[in-house]
Design a protein around this ligand. Structure first.
Ligand code: UTP
Length: 324
């Protein structure tokens, strides 16, 4: 089994944080998004991966090489032409073994083993209220997939494709992606993975669906904070500090220094952070930031940023300085 993780996108919705770091390296509950994904696949016994890099790809590569001892091929995607294109550029790393495709900005809480034990290709789905923003599937009576459609304008199904795919036939996927690219088949101007999967279906590949309840998007500030809350909920209280009142759940890095402050609930305080005379809840304070005399709620503070003063909600990029 090989995991394919596309992380080439620019992450515009998470600016200013993605001006300084690629989205997958943003901290959530104490480690980068990509760290959560890699830990999950390793825990399921997957030790081979292809990471499709683009925007700030060198930082991604350095992070993985220094932290992980698994076999990873890094493949560059020169322009973000869509998810189908990102998987197509990875095609030379496909072998005969099945593929598990995981979007680089989503954390899943699923039993990957159950998914990958399927005899057929299977696609992670979840019922959503507004399916227009997603690819969706229509099912046959026997539960297999009848059709896959990317971002339908009219309502045809509310079973959204969540970004987790188990592909049993990598050769056919490669063939169908190449057909998209060669014939310039785009939907909303991008080469879509959904369109390649629909081609596979037409050529006889059987697809089933796999229900995914635990699907945590990290693509926007509010969803990153929601994912932080979800992950922290499963953390034990590992930190006590006589200089602080800790209201769990929280993540406080061992190298963080807290003085006369209230931390939590739902605060991530990363390595090297200094917090003094402050209250921090439902927020992520990234590496080496300093927060003094502040009340922060629903905030994301970038690496090495300095915040001094009284605020409620801040979205502050790396190395910024806010003084009140
Ligand atoms: P998104 O479209 O959500 O990510 O793609 P983005 O483009 O980085 O974010 P915004 O929209 O600008 O805020 C989902 C995943 O697919 C990857 C992205 O890196 C992300 O992990 N992707 C998407 C690629 O690798 N290449 C592409 O051409 C498109």
């Amino acid at each position: 089994m090989r995991a394919i993780i596309p992380v080439a996108g620019v992450g515009t919705r998470l600016r200013p944080h993605t001006y300084a770091l690629p989205k997958v390296l943003l901290n959530v509950a104490g480690k980068p998004i990509l760290g959560h994904i890699l830990d999950a696949i390793i825990a399921q016994g997957i030790h081979k991966a292809t990471i499709v890099t683009g925007y700030m790809g060198k930082l991604v590569e350095d992070y993985v090489k220094t932290r992980y001892d698994i076999e990873v091929d890094f493949v560059p995607q020169k322009s973000s032409l869509g998810l189908g294109h990102a998987i197509w550029v990875a095609k030379e790393t496909f072998g005969d073994e099945p593929l598990l495709i995981i979007l680089g900005d989503t954390i899943f809480d699923v039993n990957l083993k159950l998914m990958t034990e399927s005899n057929s290709s299977t696609i992670g789905v979840k019922q959503v209220e507004d399916p227009r923003r997603f690819g969706v599937v229509i099912k046959n009576e026997d539960g297999t997939i009848k059709e896959l459609i990317e971002k339908p304008e009219q309502f045809i199904s509310d079973l959204a494709i969540v970004g987790l795919y188990f592909i049993n036939n990598p050769h056919l996927l490669k063939e169908c992606l190449t057909e998209l690219i060669d014939n310039n088949i785009r939907t909303r101007d991008e080469y879509q993975l959904t369109d390649a999967l629909q081609l596979m279906l037409k050529k006889g590949e059987k697809f089933t669906t796999f229900p995914v309840e635990g699907w945590y998007d990290c693509g926007k500030p509010e969803t990153l904070l929601a994912t932080n809350r979800y992950l922290l909920d499963s953390f034990p209280l590992v930190h006590s500090d006589e200089n602080a009142v800790i209201i769990p759940p929280v993540y406080i890095a061992p190298t963080a220094v807290i003085k006369s402050s209230v931390i939590g609930p739902y605060a991530t305080v990363a390595d090297g952070v200094v917090v003094q005379d402050s209250v921090i809840r439902n927020s992520i304070i990234s590496d080496d930031a300093t927060v003094t005399s502040s009340l922060l709620e629903d905030s994301i503070i970038g690496n090495e940023a300095i915040v001094r003063g009284h605020f409620d909600k801040l979205n502050v990029g790396n190395s910024s300085e806010i003084d009140y």
